[in-house]
Design a protein around this ligand. Structure first.
Ligand code: ATP
Ligand code: HMH
Ligand code: MG
Length: 535
């Protein structure tokens, strides 16, 4: 198979569509060669050390990629005896054997992105450099692991010059923490955000296309602040600092999440921002878990999948963040683009849809049920809930996660009675009164729109941005905006800045497009951009 160009050689605006085209081409090749339709899964190769405590290293990378729906292969560079107290011992894998692992994976599997962690010898860096020249990949993310947060050395200072000479000039992103940034800069002290900004520009000169200086260990900082530099602009990425001992492995997980998002086709900046959100969410979810007796515990990468089983769908605890990118299917559009509903849903969730609603107005009941069952499997494999529009019978029969109803469908309180307390119920509302009623009726969220005019629903009254604001301010339930929303106006919708507006629901912007995956990841990136603060 012809290797794809390095990500840094592809103009930014073209990345996602080229990736989609390449994926389509590969799919066609598979069909042609085996007469069987298979979909390629985005693939990250992690070249890193094993952490026996499984909070960092290879284990963190595997879990992060799994949480993001991306395949992760592994080349192990060292085995560490490690726990929540610290690193007790390190056994370095001989470079010849690292080289064998690299060749095994790279010569056989189609890797999109290589992510490096612990590279404990100069020989290992050299064989990696050689292999990447022989088997180019779309992106290289270098996490220059040197010292663990417990203070133990994972790669000595001799590594620095070979990293600088061989790896950084090939890298699309390098992600040093404060100590590593300081070591790369010959021991320069880094104590403030302004020091971090300066460091990012200096490290950029070592050849990496982009630099992310991580501030997890910045003393006296109320927020967790990272500095991103793309060679032109400096961005300050902030999230709240979660008060928890369970922060071991945040660095590895951040870099592998960025790699996973790049593998799916995101642009670099969107991947970085989405990944910072992922870390914050996982830390918040895991802040009270208790593993080990030492000062630094691991967090739970798979929280999103778990919270799905434990909360929304069996314990009756709806997670409003699921409304972020809400995909509503339309059979007419799928027919027009000659794809099945299941293929459309699969592409939407792979591209980043966070909840799916199956809306089938004309389907035969039995066909609808079969489609719903397949879609649930796809959605749950990605930790995404699936709702059914209007048809409570179908939702019950396939054990969907919930139902969405309009004002002329069965009233929400009846739906609640039929579905019980643990399912998700959404109601379309145009007015403050309807929003109040949805709350009284026991709904979990409301959909408000049409925000903009749309062809999807005939004779649908447009409430506009002002109507949306009014309903959001009055609603006691989380709100998802709907109606004519796409990647050009999504930022304006989220920009109204009312906290209970949790996302946008879209039909045409995903499904009336040639490449649903591309449309979804582009819209997801736009939403992340619109909802993450940066200076
Ligand atoms: N307590 C926290 N709350 C929120 N975000 C955090 C916290 N600690 C770290 N982060 C974030 O996690 C990411 C990793 O940062 P950090 O500086 O801890 O990397 P690291 O030291 O390489 O991690 P590690 O060595 O533990 O794997 C950054 O985006 C940082 O802002
Ligand atoms: C194996 C390994 N890689 C990276 C880190 C950095 O957190 C660690 N502690 N252990
Ligand atoms: Mg740290």
């Amino acid at each position: 198979m012809v290797p794809l160009p390095l990500i840094s050689q592809i103009p930014k605006f073209n990345q996602v569509s080229r990736f989609c085209m390449a994926m389509k081409k590969q799919e066609e090749m598979v069909v042609a060669s085996s007469d069987r339709y298979e979909t390629r899964i985005p693939h990250v190769l992690s070249v890193a050390g094993s952490d026996s405590g499984a909070g960092a290293g290879i284990q963190a990378d595997l879990k992060t990629c799994a949480a993001r729906g991306v395949y992760c292969s592994t080349v192990i560079t060292a085995i560490t005896a490690q726990n929540t107290v610290g690193v007790q011992d390190v056994n370095i894998v001989p470079e010849g054997f690292v080289s064998k692992q690299l060749k095994s994976v790279l010569s056989d599997m189609q890797v999109d992105v290589v992510k490096t962690g612990m590279l404990p010898s100069t020989g290992i860096v050299q064989v990696l450099h050689q292999c990447l020249k022989e088997f180019p990949v779309r992106a290289l993310v270098v996490d220059p692991v040197m010292v663990s947060t417990s203070g133990d050395v994972l790669a000595g200072p001799t590594i620095i010059s070979v990293l600088q000479e061989e790896l950084l000039p090939m890298a699309d992103l390098v992600t040093p923490n404060l100590k590593e940034a300081s070591a790369l800069l010959g021991g320069m002290p880094l104590k403030t955000i302004s020091d971090m900004r300066h460091a990012a520009t200096l490290i950029h000169q070592m050849g990496s296309k982009n630099v992310l200086v991580k501030g997890g260990d910045l003393p006296d900082s109320l927020d967790a602040v990272d500095i991103f530099f793309d060679g032109k602009d400096l961005h300050e990425l902030r999230s709240s600092r979660i008060k928890s001992r369970n922060t071991h492995g945040t660095g590895c997980s951040l870099a592998s999440c960025i790699s996973a998002e790049l593998a799916k086709g995101s642009s670099m900046f969107s991947a970085v921002k989405a990944s910072k959100q992922f870390i914050e969410r996982a830390l918040r979810y895991s802040k009270d878990i208790n593993i080990g007796h030492g000062p630094q515990g691991p967090f739970d990468h798979l929280c999103r999948l778990k919270s799905r089983e434990q909360s929304s769908y069996s314990q009756g605890c709806f997670n409003p963040t699921d409304l972020f990118l809400y995909a509503v299917t339309d059979s007419g559009m799928n027919e027009r683009w000659d794809r099945s509903i299941t293929d459309a849903v699969k592409a939407a969730v792979e591209g980043g849809a966070t909840i799916v609603q199956i809306r089938e107005k004309d389907a035969k009941t039995r066909d609808f049920l079969e489609v719903a069952k397949s879609c649930i499997k796809i959605c749950h494999a990605h930790g995404v809930p699936l709702l059914i529009n209007d048809r409570i019978d179908i939702a019950l029969a396939c054990d969907a996660d919930g139902v969405h109803v309009g004002q002329s469908d069965i009233p929400a309180h009846e739906v609640r009675r039929l579905l019980g307390p643990n399912k998700v119920i959404g109601v379309s509302c145009k007015t403050m009164e309807q929003a109040e009623q949805a709350w009284i009726d026991g709904a979990d969220y409301i959909g408000c729109g049409g925000v903009y005019p749309t062809n999807t629903k005939a004779n649908n009254l447009t409430v506009g941005i002002d109507g949306l604001k009014r309903v959001c301010l009055a609603s006691k339930l989380p709100v998802v905006a709907i109606g004519g929303i796409n990647h050009t106006n999504a930022a304006a919708v989220m920009g109204i800045g009312i906290p209970n507006l949790r996302g946008v629901a879209v039909v045409s912007a995903l499904f009336d497009r040639q490449c649903v995956l591309e449309a979804a990841s582009k819209l997801h990136a736009t939403l992340v951009e619109a909802t993450t603060s940066n200076v």
